[in-house]
Design a protein around this ligand. Structure first.
Ligand code: CA
Length: 233
């Protein structure tokens, strides 16, 4: 599961440039050209980070930032604010409004990418780690390989993404709908029972010849990666 980034920027060439470079780094990118449009998008789906321009039509970056901080779901959402040169005092206001970082235009793309990486690492270290390890299960994101007790586990692409999604947030229970959204993507319509089918396949592959099942079924709620897995019983 790659990190999702929302770019809110009304200068189209800049938005395109950022999208291109962030996608090249492997992030999933969405853009909005207006503050109010971004606000609507953010109510539907929370990204992992937002790159937010200061001056925007519809709703200013500052106002949007203030609103995001006031909402429980986006209270800690990492925000990088873009400001124009000469708005030095405004930078201070930006941080006071709750942005995590700011960058002055014009800036270099590598600098922005470095800030994005740093902020994501700080906000969610497991999101950027190359290898996720929980107990005897290892998931290597670079090689896209999974192993248990050192032995390779053969997974299909959907089972792999499902396991990655769950391992990134051990202990957290996800509904079928949340899993569809996070693993399959919100634009695709799939029956929620599809999730059960893939969880079944994941379990089968993962638990072959093993005693303990790391995937927990929470009746009436959904699924979780057992956060007690890997700890002594
Ligand atoms: Ca602008």
């Amino acid at each position: 599961m790659t990190a999702r980034i929302l770019i809110v920027e009304d200068e189209e060439p800049l938005a395109m440039l950022l999208r291109y470079n962030l996608e090249a780094e492997g992030y999933e990118v969405e853009t909005a050209a207006r503050g109010d449009e971004a606000d609507t998008k953010l109510k539907e789906r929370t990204p992992d980070l937002i790159v937010l321009d200061w001056m925007l039509p519809g709703l200013s970056g500052i106002e949007l930032c203030r609103r995001l901080r006031a909402r429980a779901e986006t209270k800690t959402l990492p925000i990088i604010m873009l400001t124009a040169r000469g708005e030095e005092s405004e930078k201070v206001r930006g941080l006071a409004t709750g942005a995590d970082d700011y960058i002055v235009k014009p800036f270099s793309v590598p600098e922005l990418l470095a800030r994005v990486r740093a902020l994501l690492r700080r906000a969610n270290p497991e999101r950027v780690a190359a290898v996720l390890v929980i107990g005897e299960i290892e998931l290597d994101r670079e090689k896209k390989r999974v192993s248990r007790t050192g032995r390779a586990v053969d997974l299909g692409p959907t089972e792999y993404r499902l396991l990655e999604f769950l391992m990134e947030r051990p202990g957290r229970v996800f509904s079928r709908e949340q899993l569809l959204d996070g693993v399959w993507g919100s634009e695709i319509y799939i029956d929620e029972r599809t999730v059960d089918v893939h969880v079944g396949r994941l379990r089968k592959a993962l638990n072959r010849g093993q005693q303990r099942d790391p995937i927990r079924t929470v009746r009436g709620s959904g699924y979780a990666f057992d956060d007690r897995f890997g700890k002594a019983i």
